[in-house]
Design a protein around this ligand. Structure first.
Ligand SMILES: Cc1cc2nc3c(=O)[nH]c(=O)nc-3n(C[C@H](O)[C@H](O)[C@H](O)COP(=O)(O)OP(=O)(O)OC[C@H]3O[C@@H](n4cnc5c(N)ncnc54)[C@H](O)[C@@H]3O)c2cc1C
Length: 410
């Protein structure tokens, strides 16, 4: 076999290679063949989650001492990109699940906590990780509310009132990926107290069968249909103190000091970008299974288009690989700005590559059940993901390149 033109495993550690290899096998053999049906039905890929569970991947980001696979940030991103290469919606929902463990794990360890907070957090995460690793439970990440909160510009409108033994939650979450499929919903909410602000954000895992929690509304979107991101209503939902995935106030600290936590949405789209290229090469070489072996690679126009795709994809991988290596608490300004640039680039380039792939492969390539039209629709969703939509990345970059923190023109 000749070397692949793009080797997505170059420079990986043996452990990263192993985990990405498992994801590639699952993706190729299981997720990709199922993707058409889940997309068509806009139904949740339960079979894929059974496979992820069997592979131990639900515990991918759970630290080793709790029985997880202990993937660090970079390793998680590489694995998620490989899953996204075969099924974008599975990768995106897997991100929501994995972040519950990553954010309460290695990410939280790097943050400042009092001794009491650290002790309480430790007790809680033993419980959460036990559910994930021991019982195969799945966590969702419903933050969005249709307000400025998910963009980081306002406190969450979902409120949690402190009561004896825990919290009572009231509110509404939109775009809750894994709605009806998750066992726990990691809800971001604001502590209900006078003068509460963004610092008073709580991150609480609500069990799916908690009285007062309901999933409502239809789900028939353009893309990422198998994420089943319906609306959650919370009406006087009671949870214990052990529901906390982070101690009070720590989510806000994480958002301020660990910016790469929000880049974790992008690996799914890195994978989609690679998939659009993979398809184009196979299609132009006449190697798509089930189609007549018609070659289209001899036309100079196709060759130019593939060259453009190659360049765009390599640029995207280069930035992706660089920023996932830089992720850490309190990164320097240049790394934070590069992180916005990477998110923008991955989300925009994924869609641009899918558009180029469609134009290059031609009319027959957009027919279902071929994957290209799904990739195109799925890729369109990336730039809409808060808090770092393409618009907000530009907004932050424009401001932060020109102004130091606190600087004004007054
Ligand atoms: C497939 C899919 C799955 C999703 N899954 C989840 C999930 O699991 N959990 C979750 O919490 N969310 C999820 N989301 C929601 C997503 O992160 C966004 O919250 C959602 O797309 C925003 O939609 P909106 O219309 O409410 O945006 P709005 O808040 O109305 O914003 C519209 C646009 O305006 C811009 N904008 C917003 N605020 C500002 C501002 N302050 N300054 C400048 N520009 C601004 C942004 O570019 C934004 O895209 C999902 C979205 C999709 C498409």
């Amino acid at each position: 076999m000749t070397d692949p033109a793009i080797d997505t495993t170059v420079g990986l550690t043996p452990r990263q290679r192993e985990l990405v290899g498992i994801a590639a096998k699952l993706g190729r053999e299981k997720f990709a063949p199922r993707a058409f049906k889940y997309d068509l039905e806009a139904s949740f890929p339960f079979e894929n989650y059974a496979d992820l569970r069997d592979a131990g991947f639900l515990g991918l980001c759970v630290p080793a001492q709790y029985g997880g696979l202990a993937a660090d940030y970079e390793t998680y991103c590489l694995v998620a990109a490989e899953i996204g290469r075969h099924c974008g919606a599975t990768a995106l929902t897997f991100n929501m699940h994995s972040c519950a463990a990553m954010w309460s794990g290695a990410l939280a360890d790097a943050l400042d906590m009092t001794d009491a907070q650290r002790t309480g957090h430790e007790a809680n995460r033993v419980l959460h990780y036990g559910r994930i690793v021991g019982e195969g439970k799945v966590y969702a990440q419903p933050f969005s509310e249709g307000s400025a909160a998910a963009a980081g510009h306002a406190p969450f409108g979902t409120m949690a009132k402190r009561v004896d033994g825990g919290w009572v939650l009231n509110g509404k979450k939109i775009f809750a990926s894994l709605a009806g499929a998750a066992d726990y919903y990691g809800v971001l909410c604001t502590e209900d107290k006078p003068g509460a602000g963004r610092r008073d954000t709580l991150y609480l895992a609500v069990p799916k069968d908690a009285p007062g929690l309901s999933v409502v509304g239809a789900w028939d979107p353009l893309g990422m249909r198998a994420t089943v991101s319906r609306t959650l209503l919370l009406k006087d939902v009671k949870v214990g103190h052990d529901a906390a995935l982070m101690p009070a106030g720590i989510y806000h600290q994480a958002a301020m000091r660990w910016p790469h936590m929000f880049l974790t949405l992008s690996p799914s789209y890195m994978g989609i970008a690679q998939a659009a290229y993979d398809f184009t090469i196979a299609y132009l070489r006449g190697e798509i299974e089930g189609l007549p072996p018609v070659k289209r690679r001899m036309y100079p126009t196709k060759q130019i288009a593939v060259a453009e795709m190659f360049i765009k994809l390599e640029q995207t991988w280069a930035l992706f690989r660089r920023v996932i290596d830089e992720a850490r608490v309190d990164p320097p300004k240049a790394a934070r700005l590069r992180c916005y640039a990477a998110q923008f680039t991955i989300m925009e380039n994924a869609n641009a590559l899918c558009a180029l792939a469609l134009r290059t492969c031609g009319g027959q390539a957009m027919l279902r059940p071929l994957p290209l039209e799904r990739l195109y629709r799925d890729s369109r969703c990336g730039a809409l993901m808060l808090p770092w939509t393409a618009e907000l990345c530009l907004d932050r970059l424009g401001r932060e390149t020109l102004y130091a923190p606190g600087e004004t023109d007054e």
